[in-house]
Unconditional design. Structure first.
Length: 282
């Protein structure tokens, strides 16, 4: 599968989620599932996305409903007033709007997304929340349309694992950070290798699992990109019951020789939500 193919698959799936949120703003969405219908199912039923935010803390109910993440990077990035933040793969804008509140009027929160429908949703959510210090840009996370050294913090929420060229993503993140800047993302990581047959399932790519890096590889790639102090902190693991609930990610077409039970056996204990930190040297 080429980089363009992967981008198109991910774009189509997230566009479906955005359209669902635009048409029915009180319905949630999930990044997981082989069809547009399952992609846009209630957020509360997805073990990956459930329970990540306090509803009273969110600037927009619609932005919360459309959140497709696996963590809450804004709660962990220790944002300060006056900082400039960039969210890679900003989706419906929830983390951008939360960041904009935290950095205040002297800072700016930027969101980058390649999906027109998500950008439309994010800008609508921004307008409804009345937040002025947020900016949304169209582009890919492998080729960030921002100048060198333009932000203090990079955040992202369960998006880097979807990229077919993670090295390029991390190099770009390092480039746009100012000296001393922070990389603080939530992502899905592998705690051990999974079979190649499962990495080829499209539903698992857009369901945040089969594109994930081993935790040790993530740290190594951050170092190769120029970061220091890289670390991975597991924030949520998934038991067999939760894996069963996520079983629609594989769709109707199982790899030859595999059953749903053997897939769950292969994935049991293999992946987790994590907070990934690193720093750009001064």
């Amino acid at each position: 599968m080429t980089q363009q193919d992967t981008h198109e698959i991910v774009r189509d799936r997230y566009a479906a989620a955005a359209r669902q949120a635009l048409d029915s703003p009180t319905d949630g969405a999930s990044c997981c599932g082989p069809t547009a219908e399952s992609c846009c199912g209630p957020q509360a039923t997805d073990p990956i996305t459930v329970g990540l935010y306090e509803g009273t803390d969110t600037p927009s109910d619609a932005a919360l409903a459309a959140s497709l993440g696996c963590g809450n990077p804004t709660a962990l990035a220790e944002l300060a007033p006056g900082e400039d933040v960039l969210d890679l793969g900003s989706g419906g804008g929830l983390d951008v709007l939360l960041s904009a509140r935290r950095v205040g009027p002297t800072g700016t929160a930027h969101g980058l997304d390649m999906t027109d429908e998500m950008l439309e949703l994010a800008r609508r959510n921004q307008a409804e929340a009345g937040i002025e210090n947020a900016r949304f840009h169209k582009g890919t996370i492998e080729d960030v349309p921002m100048t060198d050294g333009s932000v203090d913090v990079i955040i992202s929420n369960c998006v880097i694992n979807l990229s077919p060229d993670k090295d390029a993503v991390l190099v770009e993140a390092h480039r746009v950070l100012r000296p001393g800047g922070r990389f603080a993302v939530s992502d899905i990581v592998l705690l051990r290798e999974i079979p190649d047959a499962l990495r080829g399932i499209v539903g698992l790519w857009t369901g945040c699992v089969s594109g994930a890096l081993l935790d040790s590889d993530y740290v190594a790639k951050l170092g190769d990109a120029g970061f220091t102090d890289a670390s991975v902190e597991v924030t949520r693991t998934f038991d067999r019951e939760e894996l069963q609930r996520m079983s629609d990610m594989v769709g109707e077409h199982l790899p030859e020789g595999w059953t749903l039970d053997t897939i769950i056996d292969a994935l049991d204990g293999a992946f987790a939500s994590a907070f990934v930190r690193a720093r750009k040297e001064n």
